[in-house]
Design a protein around this ligand. Structure first.
Ligand SMILES: Nc1nc(=O)c2c([nH]1)NC[C@@H]1CN(c3ccc(C(=O)N[C@@H](CCC(=O)O)C(=O)O)cc3)CN21
Ligand SMILES: CC(C)C(=O)C(=O)O
Ligand SMILES: [Mg+2]
Length: 272
């Protein structure tokens, strides 16, 4: 865990269960690079997720499917280096845990060894319980992910609301219990009805972290670039912009251009 530069305690998976028990909400954002993660960590976030949304946000892909474990490791290592306080979780990318239990454990161990993150996260329900159990048994904390699972986009055919029918809701509840029993310390609930997310939250030991899952979960997660208003075309109903970074950056860039073009930058003080 190492020494911290301020008095704020390092957050662990145990802190998550203490926060759940105390009813203290958990705030998680994604991040993929050293500079941004440092700002988010020092701002006091509880957890950073190195999401496979890096595939979209960092690499410009349409989906999360193409990102590789080697790419995730580069992002995760940079984030882990920057974080002194928050719990850092790394998404296992598509293909790195579905083939076999052995390969899943090998890749989870590799992420831990090569990045310095605190935990891994993977998508799926009861069908992943055995894999999750094996990763947890190897000593690696696992966060689950239910509801809208973007790595299965081609199976579902869209990013619509999940588990709105009774049968799907019952399946999600059973999946949540399976993940809980497999030893997940947390479960992401993405784009599901608020009432269902609240029920899962009441019934499982794991801390639930919602995105488009209402206010009843133990915590919330957003892609940082969405939350800070950088991804301007993306505005699902669940998203709130907490800053207008695209506007702010545009103004900064235009000031720079203007200063270069007019010759006001660099001035004498900025020259040798
Ligand atoms: N920038 C970014 N933010 C995310 O939240 C995110 C990613 N990228 N990449 C991976 C997944 C994909 N995610 C998504 C994608 C779409 C919606 C969504 O609600 N889209 C539409 C509605 C689509 C529909 O109803 O079929 C929208 O309203 O924008 C939500 C989460 C969440 N993740
Ligand atoms: C949106 C969150 C939960 C995620 O999985 C990601 O950013 O990859
Ligand atoms: Mg993800």
């Amino acid at each position: 865990m190492g020494y911290l530069t301020t008095d704020k305690k390092k957050i662990t998976t145990k802190t998550f269960s203490e926060m759940k028990a105390a009813g203290e909400k958990i705030a998680q954002l994604t991040s993929y690079d050293f500079t941004t993660a440092g700002i988010i960590d020092r701002a006091g976030i509880d957890s950073i997720l190195v999401g496979d949304s890096a595939s979209n946000v960092m690499a410009g892909n349409e989906t999360t499917l193409p990102i590789t474990i080697d790419e995730m490791i580069v992002y995760a290592r940079a984030v882990a280096r920057a974080c002194k306080h928050c719990l850092v979780v790394c998404d296992m990318p598509f293909g790195s845990y579905q083939v076999s239990r052995e390969e899943a454990v090998r890749n989870a161990v590799r992420i831990m060894k090569e990045t310095g993150v605190d935990a891994v996260k993977l998508e799926g329900g009861a069908e992943m319980a055995g894999t999750i159990g094996a990763i947890v048994a190897a000593g690696v904390p696992v966060e689950g992910h239910l509801g809208l699972t973007p790595q299965s986009i081609h199976k579902f055919g869209g990013y619509g609301l999940r588990a709105k029918e009774e049968a799907e809701a019952r399946k999600l509840l059973a999946d949540a219990h399976a993940l809980d029993q497999a030893g997940c310390f947390a479960i992401t609930l993405e784009k599901v009805p608020a009432a269902l997310a609240s029920q899962v939250t009441r019934e499982v030991k794991a801390a639930t972290i919602g995105i488009g899952a209402g206010a009843g979960t133990d915590g919330q997660v957003l892609v940082y670039a969405d939350a800070l208003g950088m991804t301007q075309g993306f505005k699902p109903k669940f998203l709130r912009h907490f800053a207008q970074m695209a506007q702010c950056m545009t103004q900064g860039v235009q000031s720079y251009i203007e200063a270069v073009k007019t010759g006001s930058f660099p001035n004498a003080d900025e020259s040798y």
